[in-house]
Structure formats: structure tokens, C-alpha cells
Design a protein around this ligand. Structure first.
Ligand code: CAA
Ligand code: FAD
Length: 380
């Protein structure tokens, strides 16, 4: 066990920190207010290799390990959680799934532009009536010989309005239940594919979340990922890694709020002293510090296990469950430490509190993480 980061990992961490301060800090409040997608920053993230961090360089990626990825995610999320989810979806859900499970032709055609950041991708599993209960897919993909006919609606799709390629999950054979589900790569612009309205959200307002509608969309057979019926297992495998990405986003939100709170507590004075000298405030900061470090350790462990090729369903769920709770607790206390100033936009922490909430909902709610963890421990 080695708790030290390698030189390369430290360089990635520093590069992400510098990038976040130079390219994301300015305008983060305005983007949140106006629900503006961080186009320019996302383009630059692609150029820096942040959108295909773990992908093999032969497919346009940066070829880094998962620890480097979670380090970069934390630094980006400290400043802008919206940019961080764009990054997480592209890396963990779209690129990772295609690299691990798609054919060579699919990789050359789709992964290369996605991993190099030339375009971004989206992952469409959730539906209006199927979020947690993801096996209850209503979107259908009817087998027509050389192609599938895709019909249905997906809900809440991150990057929905800006993606070029979409990984879409759909039911082909309802009799086989989740073993009759398939995953497809669908291109924006195909006939019958419509991007629906953008959601007006509590947090991560700089990211775009859309419904997607499919009406008799012809999907060539060569765009199915893996064998017939592999789609649900594909989605679960991809989400196991995705949950580490969202855990890192949550960690970044918490760490960002903690850093601002520590600085503020050393400067703000009341009753003749800096507020950090009031034990009530100092103890809040101590709790934040411990919880953030504990979340970080769970995330690093899950990321290291991913690189070792281990089953990360349990460790990924643990990291996400815990880090998202820490993000929520820390940001609520960060607003409290800032007093009235915490309640206004200029001081960032109110946005962080709003951003934190989604980490307990997407990529499996906290209740779903507990289902995954409890099923894993009951098998031991
Ligand atoms: N890893 C690998 N396989 C898994 C798995 C995991 N974490 N969880 C379930 N499975 C497998 C099971 O082993 C089972 O496989 P077999 O039939 O071959 O044995 C199969 O999936 C079905 O599992 P269950 O029988 O346990 O089915 P269930 O319906 O009782 O529970 C669930 C399934 C775990 C609740 C699953 O539906 C789930 O994870 N739901 C949450 C969905 C989710 O996370 N959505 C996120 C959408 S993407 C997103 O949100 C992106 C974003 O915001 C940015
Ligand atoms: P429901 O499943 O209806 O759950 C409602 C409540 O009931 C929750 O508290 C849940 O935990 C609880 N619950 C449900 N079942 C159980 C149970 N068995 N035991 C205990 N409690 C239970 N999806 C995608 O596919 N791709 C994306 O890119 C994407 N991005 C998103 C971005 C945003 C901003 C949001 C809000 C959502 C996004 N989602 C995406 C969807 C997200 O994954 C779902 O919202 C989430 O999985 C929960 O599903 P649901 O909203 O249908 O809630």
C-alpha cells in the first residue's frame, strides 16, 4: 500500500487545478445564473486530454490511470461541478464503455473523436418511468434484420443538447427481461431522433440535461455494442466506473467548499477574534476535513481496484454513497460558516450546496447504492 501520488499523478493534479482556476473560475456564477454550457472550457478540456483520460492513445486518449482521472475530476469539480459532470459522462460512461466493449470499427469511428474531445457523448439509460428501476425499459429496439428500429423517450440526459454521439439503452426482447436489452451508438441528426427541452435545474446549471425522443430511428446492426442481449450488463458495468467519477465530483464540491470556508474562517472576525477561534466553527472545519479525507480514501481505493481489473460494483457504490453525503453535509456547513455572505452568489458556497444535491441522485440514488452494497455484503 502506497499513499503517495506518483510524479505523473501530481502533475495531472496540478494541471487540472491550474486549468480550473484559469478557465473555469471566471464566469462560473454567470453560467450558473444563465444556465450556460461551458463551451470554450470543454473544448480546451478536450485539447488537454481531460475528456478521454483513461483511453489508450491509439484511440485518441491520454492513456492515464484511474487515480489521475479522479484527481483531475476533484480539481475541476472544486471550481465548476457542471464542467465536471460533462467530463465524467464523457470519460466514464461513454469512452470507457466503448473502449471496453465495442468493436474495433466502432472504436475507430466513434471513440477516437470522443476521446480526443473533438465531440462529446451522452449516455441514455433513464426514462420518464424508469430511473432507479432501470430494467423496466420502455424504449424499444425492434430487430429488423440489418437494422433496429428505435422508439421511445429517454429522460434527464446529461450533455443531451451538445453531444454528437449517444449510447442508448433499449429493450429488444421483453420476454427475456433485462437479458433482452441492448446498447447502441446513435448519431445526432439521424432521422426520427429529436432532442427535447432543456431542464431548468436546482444545481449543476451549467450542464445541459435534456429528454431525447426516438421515432422509428433506423440504427444499423453494426452500431449495437456487444452481443445481442448484452445491453443491461453493459450499462451496469459502465455505471460501476461512472460512480467513481461522480464520487470524485462530489469530493471536489466538498473540498472546494471546505477550502473557501477555512479561508473565510481565518479572515472573518466576530467578538474580537477570527471566527475560526470559536470552537463551534473550528469543529465544523475539523469534521469537514476528516470526512473529505475519508471520502478521498474510498475513491482512491475504488479507482485503484478498477485499474487492477477487480469487480468495483461494491467499492464504487461505497465511494459514491459516502462522498455524496459528505458533499451535502460539507456544503450546508460551508454556507453556515459564511453566515449571510454564504447565502449570496458571490461567495460560491450556496451554488456548491445546490450542486452537491445531484450527486445523491444521479448514477444511482443513495438508496440504490445501498441496495448494491447490501446485496454484495449479503453474498459474502
Ligand atoms: N454491476 C454489475 N452487475 C450488476 C450491478 C452492478 N453494480 N447491479 C446489478 N447488476 C446485474 C445483476 O447481477 C443482474 O445480473 P444477472 O441477472 O445476470 O444475474 C442484473 O444486473 C439485474 O440485477 P438485479 O437482479 O439486482 O435487478 P434489480 O432490478 O433488482 O436491481 C439495480 C438493479 C441495481 C437497481 C439497477 O437497476 C440500477 O443500478 N439502477 C440504478 C440505475 C442508474 O444508476 N442509473 C444511472 C443513469 S446514468 C446517469 O445518471 C448519468 C448521470 O447522471 C451523469
Ligand atoms: P426514482 O427511481 O423514481 O426514485 C424516486 C425515489 O425513490 C428516490 O429517492 C429513490 O432512491 C427511491 N427508490 C426507488 N426505488 C427504490 C428502492 N427499490 N428502494 C429504495 N428506494 C427506492 N440518466 C441517464 O441515463 N443519463 C444521464 O446522463 C443522466 N443525467 C442526469 C442528470 C440530472 C441532472 C438528473 C436529475 C438525472 C440524470 N439522470 C441521467 C437520471 C438519474 O440517473 C435518475 O434520476 C436516477 O437514477 C433516479 O431515477 P428517478 O429520477 O426515476 O427516481
Amino acid at each position: 500500500m502506497d499513499f503517495n501520488l506518483t510524479e505523473e499523478q501530481q502533475m495531472i493534479q496540478q494541471a487540472a487545478r491550474d486549468f480550473a482556476h484559469a478557465e473555469l473560475l471566471q464566469g462560473v456564477i454567470e453560467r450558473d445564473n444563465e444556465q450556460k454550457f461551458p463551451y470554450d472550457a470543454v473544448k480546451k478540456m478536450g485539447e488537454m486530454g481531460f475528456l478521454g483520460m483513461m483511453v489508450d492513445p491509439k484511440y485518441g486518449g491520454a492513456g492515464l490511470d484511474s487515480i489521475s482521472y479522479v484527481l483531475a475530476m476533484e480539481e475541476i469539480a472544486k471550481i465548476d461541478a457542471s464542467a465536471a459532470v460533462v467530463m465524467s459522462v464523457n470519460n466514464s460512461l461513454v469512452c470507457a464503455g466503448i473502449e471496453k466493449f465495442a468493436s474495433e470499427e466502432q472504436k475507430m469511428k466513434y471513440l477516437v473523436p470522443l476521446a480526443s474531445g473533438e465531440v462529446i457523448g451522452a449516455f441514455a439509460l433513464s426514462e420518464p418511468e424508469a430511473g432507479s428501476d432501470a430494467t423496466s425499459q420502455s424504449t424499444t429496439a425492434e430487430d429488423k434484420g440489418d437494422h433496429y428500429l428505435l422508439n421511445g423517450t429517454k429522460n434527464w440526459i446529461t450533455n443531451g443538447g451538445n453531444a454528437t454521439y449517444y449510447v442508448v439503452i433499449a429493450q429488444t426482447d421483453p420476454e427475456k427481461k433485462h437479458k433482452g436489452i441492448n446498447a447502441f451508438i446513435v448519431e445526432r441528426g439521424w432521422e426520427g431522433f429529436q432532442v427535447g427541452k432543456k431542464e431548468d435545474k436546482l444545481g449543476i446549471r451549467g450542464s445541459d440535461t435534456h429528454s431525447l425522443m426516438f421515432t422509428d430511428v433506423k440504427v444499423p446492426k453494426e452500431n449495437r455494442i456487444g452481443e445481442d442481449g448484452f445491453g443491461f450488463a453493459f450499462a451496469m458495468a459502465v455505471l460501476n466506473g461512472g460512480r467513481i467519477g461522480i464520487a470524485s465530483q462530489a469530493l471536489g464540491i466538498a473540498a472546494g467548499a471546505y477550502e473557501l470556508s477555512l479561508k473565510y474562517a481565518k479572515e472573518r472576525r466576530s467578538f474580537g477574534t477570527e471566527i475560526i477561534n470559536h470552537q463551534a466553527i473550528a469543529f465544523k472545519l475539523a469534521d469537514m476535513h476528516v470526512n473529505i479525507m475519508a471520502a478521498r480514501m474510498l475513491i482512491y481505493k475504488a479507482a485503484a481496484e478498477k485499474d487492477e481489473g477487480k469487480d468495483i460494483s461494491e467499492s464504487g457504490a461505497m465511494a459514491k454513497l459516502y462522498a455524496s453525503q459528505v458533499a451535502m453535509d460539507t456544503t450546508i456547513e460551508a454556507v453556515q460558516i459564511h453566515g449571510g455572505y454564504g447565502y449570496v452568489k458571490e461567495y460560491h458556497v450556496e451554488r456548491m450546496m445546490r450542486d452537491a444535491k445531484i450527486t445523491q441522485i444521479y448514477e444511482g440514488t443513495s438508496e440504490i447504492q445501498k441496495i448494491v452494497i447490501s446485496r454484495a455484503i449479503s453474498k459474502k
